[in-house]
Ligand binder design. Structure first.
Ligand code: 13P
Ligand code: SF4
Length: 308
């Protein structure tokens, strides 16, 4: 193949396809995506596109969300094995049992869940809109929040709520080393620490700013500061550096590795070659059981409505 990028563009045009990419994708995939964004933006673009084919360069739950929103479109994902440890930490049958054991609660679920978990949820949230949506409920509303315990605890702390939390977590965001970040801060005393709310509470306490992937990017663009230690999946540094070529971004290091940055092995499963094959062969395709999809669309649409 002469130029895989040109071939992908050609196929995309021929098939009236759109490529949506998450900020945690490999840089070359971010570069070829029609839109890049965080989980909320990807769902919003999927809901609005007029393309016939959506190629979701992200992980499985993002493909499922797009398929639920666009049942008549073909939704492809370059690697169908691209899962998510956070979604996996919340099996639908155990979560349903938890809900039954705590009657009278409104169920709020993070978008990083399977379609089956969304089907037993009242309203879906992402890290961008979670606080706003939780605050839209009366202060004394009894709420179950799942599956991310760190995001849930963070929202409890900033809203004064006492939501009941499911004990799930993302292996990428939980493995940052607070000690190594403190050392980095000594080396770069003027740097601001930016952290995603899926990180552990001890790190969030240390952070100068806590926000979703898109919020961290916006903060970095608008800040007067020139150096940032970034505690989220290191793929976001690509867009940060592009938008702020004169600023310095340092990937916060994980505790369990000699590697300086923290990558999600699931997000990185998508490659240019797999993207090309997926467009060419129109497979792997994302499918969602129609009965589950019928129930799961309601809390997703409610989220999109509440995010306006
Ligand atoms: P956001 O895209 O909402 O920032 O979530 C981060 C994440 O871990 C996606 O898998
Ligand atoms: Fe899931 Fe964490 Fe990877 Fe996001 S970074 S896809 S939450 S495992």
């Amino acid at each position: 193949m002469n130029n895989i990028v040109e071939e992908i563009k050609k196929l995309k045009y021929e098939k009236n396809a759109i490529i949506l990419g998450h900020y945690y994708q490999r840089p070359e995939i971010q570069e070829i995506s029609d839109f890049i964004g965080d989980s909320l933006a990807l769902a919003q673009w999927a809901a609005e596109t007029t393309a016939d084919v959506i190629v979701m360069c992200g992980v499985n739950f993002m493909g499922e969300t797009a398929k639920i929103l666009c049942p008549d479109k073909k939704v492809l994902i370059p690697d169908i094995e691209a899962g998510c440890s956070l979604a996996d930490s919340c099996p639908a049958d155990s979560f349903s049992k938890f809900i039954k054991e705590h009657p009278g609660h409104t169920v709020i679920s993070y978008v990083n869940t399977s379609a089956a978990v969304k089907a037993v949820t009242d309203v879906v949230v992402t890290s961008t809109n979670a606080r706003k949506i939780v605050e839209s409920f009366p202060q004394d509303e009894k709420i179950i929040f799942g599956p991310d315990r760190n995001l849930g605890a963070y929202i409890n702390s900033v809203t004064g709520k006492n939501m009941l939390l499911w004990e799930g977590a993302c292996h990428v965001h939980e493995r940052f080393s607070v000690e190594k970040i403190i050392e980095l801060k000594k080396q770069y005393p003027n740097a601001l620490i930016l952290a995603h709310p899926e990180c552990k509470g001890a790190l969030l306490k240390l952070a100068d700013y806590v926000g979703s992937t898109a919020a961290l990017l916006k903060f970095a663009i608008n800040s007067n500061c020139n150096t940032f230690i970034v505690a989220t999946e290191s793929g976001i540094l690509h867009e940060m550096q592009k938008k702020c070529p004169n600023k310095t971004f340092i990937a916060a290091p994980p505790s369990d590795s000699t590697c300086a940055c923290n990558e999600c092995n699931f997000m990185r499963m998508n490659t240019l070659e797999k993207l090309y094959n997926c467009l060419l062969n129109e497979t792997p395709e994302v499918h969602v059981d129609s009965e589950i999809a019928k129930r799961a669309i309601k809390p997703i649409l409610r989220m999109l409505e509440l995010s306006k």
